[in-house]
Ligand binder design. Sequence first.
Ligand SMILES: Cc1cc2nc3c(=O)[nH]c(=O)nc-3n(C[C@H](O)[C@H](O)[C@H](O)COP(=O)(O)OP(=O)(O)OC[C@H]3O[C@@H](n4cnc5c(N)ncnc54)[C@H](O)[C@@H]3O)c2cc1C
Length: 457
Amino acid sequence: MTSPGEGRDVDVVVVGAGGGGLTAAIAAAEAGASVALLEKLDRPGGNTYVSTGSIPAAGTRYQRAAGVEDVPERMAADLLRQSGAHDAEHLVRLLAGESAGLVEWLVEEHGVDLRLITDYRHVGHSVPRLHAPPDRRGASLVRDLVAAAGRLGVEVVAGNPVAGLLTEDDAVTGVRVSGERSGDHVLRAGAVVLAANGFGNNKKMIERWLPEAAATRYLGAEGSTGEAVEWAEALGARLLNMGAYQGYAAVAYPHGSIVSWTTVEKGGFLLAPDGSRIGDESVGYSGFAAEVARRTEQSWVVFDTRIRDFVAGNEPEFADLVAFGGVKEADGAEGIARVIGCSPEAVEKAVAGQRQAAESGGADVTGRSDFPMGPLREPYCCVRSVPALFHTQGGVDVGRHAQVVRENGRPVRGLYAVGGVTGGLSGREGARGYSSGNGLLSAVGLGRLAGASAALA
Ligand SMILES: Cc1cc2nc3c(=O)[nH]c(=O)nc-3n(C[C@H](O)[C@H](O)[C@H](O)COP(=O)(O)OP(=O)(O)OC[C@H]3O[C@@H](n4cnc5c(N)ncnc54)[C@H](O)[C@@H]3O)c2cc1C
């Protein structure tokens, strides 16, 4: 680590050690800055730790090796098709353009193990472009990022909650730290990177910005309490897409792990407690979460043993759910009805509807027509699940180097923001605009830009 510039304790303070903060710290240290990476909880990771660690990128050498043709323009068009028009379209184009270099830099320069996923494309993407740890666990991504930061001399300082920003002449000059373990102190710096994620775990902010999700349970990380968005707002930062969020339609209950959406994309569907279909699942796991939440507290994901075995073979988290008994086998519609505790007639109608649509290639009663593995076959599988709010997608505006931008269009000197603190790529409101990987793309993509630029401040 280099010595900090004059009058500073450190060149760059990074607030939060999730995917965005770790990446910002790596980029800043790589550019020769001294870095303090502060994490309020006892361990790094945040939402990144509980995610599947998938980062979308267009035009990588891994895609070329797999014969996938892709370019940033196609990726930006895909994301905007899913999201519709919104306030942060400049960030969609910026990050799509950065994405291939970002993933290759993480893998080749910093030893982060990411592989192109080819067995599914997931919501919003017209070609395979998600790059994820081989075990598809965000914990592995965090482990690799922590190791890369460590090799550059940056340690995560856990148990150090940042309580506010220091400012002088309208510029940010450091942070106040206040916690049981850390005590109260200030750190003066040339630049501060806000990488503290959004406000999913802050009831008041959810009620203010996302009333539609206020009743949906939050299943993201504990640390997303929104203070960084509020500090930036207090400094006049422009706020973008504040009504948008990522939902997830099917979290296994009571297990708490996600029911892989591949079970649905391959041909499964969701049933309400009365055994009827809830709607067209092809809107994606995020958009469908709001539909499920509007209709019912609990639902059941239905698929078959072929799909179960395919997904368990690729996704260890799902294999764990199977091993822990979260996936029940059922013979016929009657068996499913027994698991759910509803009338067999309703389930028979749902199963027959899927069979007819899958055989004819037409649409079922919900309008859905894509069932790539054909009609479900007995024995069936069911998982009890609940819809959830995973993370918020609204936040502050940033420029091309991730500097925070004020309402008047001017940057806040010394202040950068990444990931969940920033306006997301998923539309202006609701959960339908989320494409897979939007969260981590803005965390690690802006993280790299912020770190490199903050190092020069
Ligand atoms: C189950 C699940 C699966 C997901 N899967 C994917 C996926 O595969 N791909 C994808 O792109 N997105 C996914 N997401 C979303 C993704 O996880 C987030 O968008 C992304 O991790 C955000 O990264 P971040 O660095 O902004 O925040 P985080 O990773 O949450 O890191 C923020 C850190 O800041 C810390 N912090 C907060 N406040 C302070 C403070 N005052 N002082 C110091 N530290 C502070 C927090 O404790 C936390 O450690 C998923 C989310 C969930 C919940």
